[in-house]
Each structure stands twice: as C-alpha cells, then as structure tokens.
Design a protein. Structure first.
Length: 277
C-alpha cells in the first residue's frame, strides 16, 4: 500500500500540473472501487478550476475554485498517471480527467488500480474535517503537533506495542508497514515494546527518526516494492535505502547479526534483535 512518501510524491507531481488548470472532461470507466465512485463526480468537476493539491495522511486532496475537493486514496495498488496528451486507455484505467492549463496545453490524469481497493470521492471544502475518512486522522508527521508530550499523553493510557501504535492512523497519519519497521530500526527500539514503557528519550528518537526516514523517502520518490510508480512512470528508489524491511536473514547494517521477522497484527515486522532494545 502506498504510504505517506509515495502519496506525497504523487501530490507534488500533481501540483506541478493541475494548479489553475480547467477540468475539460471527466470519464469514469468503472465505479466499483473500494466504495462506489459518486454518480455526479463528472457533473461536479467538469468546467471547474483545480487549485493547489495537498496531502492529508495517505489521501490526495485537490481543491477546486467552486469550493469542492477531489479526494483520492490509492488503496493497495492505485496509481496516478500524468500524460501530456490523451493516451490510449489501458487495462485497469478506471477514471480519466482531462485538464487544460493556462497555456492551453492538455494533460490527462488517469487513475489506474488493478485491485480496486482505492477510492475517489468529492466533498465540499467546509466538510473537510467532517469527511468519514479524514475526521479521525491523527497528527501529520512533519507537524509541530507531533511532540513528546502528545505521544506521552496517548501512550500512557495504552498497552499496545509501538509497531501497532505507529500504524494507528488516529495517532500519526500516513505511516504504514514499511516505514514503521524502518523508523523503529533507526530509533533502535524493538517493535514489540509496549508504548507505556517508552521514556522521553525514546519518544524523541521516534519523532526524529520518523521525520528523517519519511523525508529521505520522499526525496527518492518513495519505495517501489511491487506496485508504486511515480506519475511519470518512474520507480521509487528508497527501496535501495531500506535497512530492515524485507531483509529477513540478511546481515544488519549496524551489527552484522541477521535481521529477524515477526508477525504483529498479521503484518510482517522486520527488526534487529541486537540493535533494537
């Protein structure tokens, strides 16, 4: 599943193209995504003007001049493809939006999703904080709201492990399975540790590691394990920098012991039993 760096990469690519562009047409070829595509999406978007896209957690949000917001979630295998022209429709292309920029150049934005676990919706700007997918999201990892005090106040009441806590979108929005393992390795904290056992210095390490790992991944276009591609078709090259994820039985870059894997909440979790405490 695309996580924050992959979604941020797509959002930034869209920002270069769609801002101040007019929506010329919206074509919907398949509506049965994770939730049904709204019947009036075409009517709502056509002839509107896109404003600067932004990201919230793992969601791409594109506001419009008429006070609507196009919401896109990539699910497990969703991709956004941007082309200067209108290319031939390919398998699993479910939605295509044609826009015209200020120079009268046409671009196509295509939503492709083989597994159809993604979601496309629209909402009014005034309902941004009320939308059922957005209203419960926690703080953004790069926000000043992500502090030791914030985490301590949440963790002191919980007995869950830190791996599950990092995946909880109600606490921190945007982190998924890949980056949870990488963040905890960087912070030298075992994924099995109970959150109420973490000290102030541990929380500081988690916050700093979160910001560092996510920033590095964004800079490299995210991580391509299987499905993720940037909108121009390029892969995400942070895979080359992964320290533990997918490295079971390979030597740890820190101590040369073997990386282990554990199943936590039905998800593979990679760690070094020696380096992480």
């Amino acid at each position: 599943m695309p996580e924050l760096p992959e979604v941020e990469t797509v959002t930034r690519a869209l920002s270069k193209i769609v801002e101040r562009s007019k929506v010329k047409s919206v074509e919907i070829y398949r509506t049965d995504l994770r939730w049904k595509v709204p019947d009036d999406l075409k009517e709502i978007l056509e002839n509107d003007i896109f404003e600067k896209p932004f990201r919230r957690g793992k969601y791409i949000l594109i506001p419009t001049k008429k006070d609507n917001i196009l919401l896109i979630h990539l699910g497990m295998s969703g991709q956004i493809k941007i082309k200067e022209s209108v290319p031939t429709l390919l398998k699993h292309d479910h939605i295509r939006i044609i826009i015209e920029n200020k120079n009268n150049n046409l671009f196509s934005i295509t939503y492709n999703d083989p597994r159809r676990f993604g979601y496309v919706d629209y909402l009014n700007k005034r309902d941004l904080k009320k939308h059922f997918l957005l209203k419960s999201l926690g703080v953004e990892p790069f926000s000043e709201d992500l502090t030791k005090v914030y985490l301590h106040n949440i963790f002191k009441k919980k007995t869950t492990n830190i791996k599950n806590a990092l995946l909880d979108q109600k606490i921190i929005a945007g982190i998924g399975n890949i980056y949870a393992s990488e963040i905890l390795f960087k912070a030298k904290i075992k994924p099995h540790r109970s959150v109420n056992s973490l000290k102030s210095k541990d929380l500081e390490l988690i916050i700093n590691s979160t910001k560092e790992i996510l920033k590095k991944s964004i800079k490299k276009g995210g991580t391509t394990i299987k499905d993720h591609k940037q909108p121009d078709g390029k892969l995400g090259y942070f895979k080359q920098d992964l320290a533990v994820y997918g490295k079971e039985n390979k030597k740890c870059i820190g101590c040369k012991n073997l990386i282990e894997v554990s199943i936590i909440s039905n998800r593979s979790t990679f760690f070094c039993d020696y380096c992480q405490k």
